[in-house]
Design a binder for this molecule. Structure first.
Ligand code: HEM
Length: 388
């Protein structure tokens, strides 16, 4: 693969009627919105950060703060854009050693209001920093370095795929593996998860671990919001758990990943949190499939069940591929020689990535064993899996 193959593909549009009804999916509108008139000030943000100019950052945050009455009248689209623009100043102040709400306490009621208005945490998240961040000259950045833009693009490109996974995974949870629709839902999920692999390949090619560790990581520190530490808008909040949840996580996880998810879910969108609440006590696709294969005993199984197993192994393999490539760059960024912090910006160490990779691999192995036991063609032999 050459660098030229790694062009960021345009996001798939989220334009069906149901998606238009969800303001958080109206990406183009949120990007275009500038309810605080922040464009000129945020254009100067990389220079303020390069100079570690804390007084200028505090003045900028104060200058952008809307009157609470005005903020209360914002549409959800404008409220998301306003949080994006205040949020990047919070992370900037913290990076230079200043608790932003100690320096600018009058920001607290506005953050709370915007959090309530958008039904999200009262600070910016990875979605504000990437999917909802404009591209081109209005792009909000801490450093202005092209590598920061590349990391933002890597996350931007997977947002529509994760939205689509929410639907395919919810559908999967309603189905049994004997139903041909089970494999179809998994095949559609595989198409979306493949974008995660593209995204991490793009990251590895375009973001150096040294840049992440030494320049960018410090902007993702947690911020104290009225006694509550809220994590920064880092990629660790990318909700790949949406896919894990109904595939295997709801009943085949471990304590470390459960604890990480319990902390992470709050940073996601309201409908994604609802999805988590509905499915967390469910029966996973891997468990359903494993029960069906036990029921069938040794020897051949119905064609629909075999197809479900092949499709499930394929998605798990894609998740494993993402995680194996992701852990390689994470290890480099958190190696002793390079790192400034012991744990990731999501609050967890690289060891967590190892255990999630191991869990993904163990579930894939279980499904593959069932396939081998039934004499079904291995998923590796299928043309669709060949891409990754
Ligand atoms: C220089 C690039 C990156 C580094 C050094 C890095 C590092 C890490 C680390 C250390 C964690 C552990 C949790 C924590 O941070 O507290 C993590 C979690 C995670 N990261 Fe990254 N990451 C990078 C880029 C990305 C990108 C581009 C994506 C997605 C598009 C991503 C998705 C995730 C996900 C989904 C998790 C949760 C654990 C999992 O599901 O396996 N990361 N990352």
């Amino acid at each position: 693969m050459t660098l030229n193959d790694l062009v960021v593909p345009a996001p798939e549009p989220l334009d069906d009627a149901r998606h238009r009804a969800e303001p958080r999916y109206r990406i183009a509108e949120i990007r275009a919105a500038d309810p605080l008139g922040a464009d000129p000030l945020l254009g100067a943000l990389p220079a303020m950060n390069a100079a570690a100019d804390v007084p200028a950052l505090a003045v900028a945050l104060r200058a952008l703060l809307p009157e609470p009455e005005r903020a209360a009248s914002f549409s959800v689209v404008d409220a998301l854009a306003a949080m994006r623009d205040l949020g990047i100043l919070l992370g900037s102040l913290k990076r230079h050693g200043t608790e932003p709400l100690a320096a600018v306490p009058e920001a607290l009621p506005v953050l709370r209001l915007l959090g309530r208005r958008t039904d999200m945490v009262p600070r910016d998240t990875v979605h504000h920093y990437t999917a909802w961040n404009p591209t081109g000259p209005r792009q909000r950045m801490y450093t202005g370095d092209p590598m920061e833009g590349n990391l933002q693009d890597a996350v931007r490109m997977v947002f529509p795929s994760l939205v689509a996974c929410l639907d395919t995974c919810a559908e999967l949870a309603r189905l049994e593996p004997y139903d041909p629709a089970f494999a179809e839902a998994l095949d559609r999920t595989a198409g979306h998860v493949a974008r995660m692999v593209d995204s991490i390949d793009f990251t590895v090619a375009r973001v150096s671990p040294e840049f992440f560790a030494r320049e960018l990581r410090s902007y993702f520190e947690e911020v104290d919001v009225a006694g509550e530490d809220l994590l920064g808008p880092a990629a660790a909040q990318v909700p790949l758990w949406l896919v894990d949840l109904t595939l295997w996580q709801c009943d085949r996880s471990d304590d470390a990943y459960d604890a990480f998810l319990d902390d992470s879910v709050r940073y996601s969108l309201p409908s994604w949190r609802a999805h988590h609440a509905v499915h967390r006590g469910g029966v996973s696709a891997v468990s359903k499939l494993s029960a069906a294969f036990s029921w069938e005993g040794t020897g051949s199984v119905p064609a629909s069940l075999a197809a479900s197993a092949v499709a499930l192994a394929r998605v798990l393999r894609l998740l494993k591929t993402f995680r194996a490539r992701h852990i390689t760059i994470a290890r480099k960024a958190y190696s002793e020689e390079v790192r400034l912090y012991d744990v990731g910006s999501g609050g967890a160490p690289v060891a967590l990535l190892r255990s999630v990779l191991d869990l993904t691999r163990a579930n894939e192995t279980l499904v593959r064993r069932s396939i081998r036991g039934s004499g079904t063609a291995a998923p590796d032999a299928t043309a669709r899996a060949a891409r990754h």
